[in-house]
Design a protein around this ligand. Structure first.
Ligand code: AOF
Ligand code: ZN
Length: 389
């Protein structure tokens, strides 16, 4: 499509921003489909709006059209993503719906990276005589669907690292013992973030220290998360909660040296999925090799809850698109407590939020191929809105 932005006004930008905010409401339920927002405007008034419904459900445009309080004939549709036009999929395409509804003008945030669409949706609208403006606010619109772009273009998930640290920069109690660092409100936000992820990954040290279940608890969850443990020497106890509560979707990656061991057999007997992983020169599981494994290409969002060593491995591999750090106002005060990871300088802080005394900071990797704008993520905006009610 022509890259020229036709007749965009300040008002257009406001409506498109409204569509962007709406799109965030679908976060966690539409994946691997992107969540899109749509606002329909006539005579400078919003007459309908909507966002992508949970996976397999209607897209943003038909949802917005169905909500119109008057005829959308002659109206402008603001859509964060180019309307789809392909038919080899679950729902009917949106571009013909907009044409049938008599929409006169469409403003889009960005093109659809899905090669079945990628400009063809815009071409279909134009062929029907509809004026199409945009891509507008393109960097922010792309940032909002970065995980979808990751899957479509790079066959990899969007990766978030998350940890909680004390005011004196520690992530554990004395001697590495487990300590509750974040407050109850922050923990709730973390469980929400878990619930919106496809998979949660930890290293063996975290598993041994915390014995976590790695599930989303006390929050609405539309799906169960795959749980992944990196455990070179198969030290995961058969008695750990994650093994004892295995539902068939727990995966352990380990080094070839443990292949055929008794531990391997006992974990297999518990129904754990075991995978031999490639290791690096230091004998640690290689993160770049790991991320190429088939299991990972199926995830849209991978949440990593790392200790300092695993965090560094992800940072070194360029494998952390986003970081959430929750900082408590309280100190641990023990010199042998574990130091928190450091966020590398190439990260930009996109947002910060106070949560009952804790502070959540969001950082984005400016060198990631999934970085388009240093804007707060949908997860962050949803967390902020939750705090303000
Ligand atoms: C839109 N509006 O709200 C979304 C779009 O299997 P389906 O029918 O849900 O289609 C999925 C594809 O549609 C997805 O790969 C992407 O190209 C596009 N997503 N398009 O017009 C929307 N979510
Ligand atoms: Zn569509």
């Amino acid at each position: 499509m022509a890259s020229t932005i036709l007749r965009m006004t300040e008002r257009d930008e406001q409506f498109l921003r409204r569509a962007m905010r709406l799109s965030m409401n679908g976060r966690g339920t539409t994946e691997p489909n992107p969540s899109v927002g749509c606002v329909i405007v006539k005579d400078d008034r919003i007459i309908g709006e909507g966002y992508t419904q949970p996976f397999g459900g209607p897209h943003a445009e038909p949802t917005a059209l169905a909500s119109c309080t008057e005829s959308p004939r002659g109206a402008t549709a603001y859509v964060t993503l180019e309307p789809c036009c392909h038919t080899n999929k679950k729902t009917p395409p949106c571009a013909p719906r907009l044409i049938e509804a008599g929409i006169a003008r469409v403003v889009i945030g960005c093109l659809d990276p899905n090669e079945d669409v990628d400009g063809k949706g815009v071409a279909m609208l134009r062929a029907a005589g509809i004026e199409v403006a945009g891509p507008a606010l393109e960097a922010e619109a792309k940032q909002l669907i970065a995980p979808f772009i990751g899957r479509m273009k790079f066959h990899r998930p969007y990766i978030t690292l998350k940890w909680a640290q004390s005011a004196d920069g520690k992530i554990s109690g004395a001697g590495g013992a487990r300590a509750q660092i974040s407050n109850a409100a922050s923990s709730r936000l973390v469980h929400k973030l878990r619930a919106r992820s496809d998979a949660i990954l930890v290293g063996i040290n975290t598993l041994l220290a915390d014995d976590p279940l790695l599930t989303a608890r006390n929050v609405e969850a539309s799906r169960l998360q795959t749980r992944v443990i990196l455990d070179s020497h198969l030290r995961t106890p058969v008695t750990s909660k994650i093994v004892q509560n295995n539902d068939g979707d727990v995966h352990i990656f380990f080094a070839a040296s443990e292949y055929g061991s008794e531990k391997m057999r006992s974990l297999m007997a518990k129904g754990i999925n075991l995978h031999v992983a490639d290791t690096d020169d230091a004998g640690r599981i290689s993160i770049p090799m790991l991320l190429n494994r088939d299991l990972f290409t199926d995830f849209t969002h991978l949440l990593v809850e790392p200790g300092p060593t695993l965090a560094k491995s992800f940072f070194d591999a360029g494998g952390a698109d986003r970081v959430w750090v929750i900082e408590s106002p309280n100190k641990i005060g023990a010199h042998d407590a574990i130091d928190a990871p450091r966020v590398p300088n190439r990260y930009v802080k996109s947002a910060e939020l106070k949560i009952d005394g804790d502070v959540l900071s969001e950082y984005l990797d400016t060198e990631s191929d999934l970085f388009f704008a240093g804007a707060p993520s949908a997860d962050f905006v949803l967390a902020r809105d939750m705090q303000s009610v």
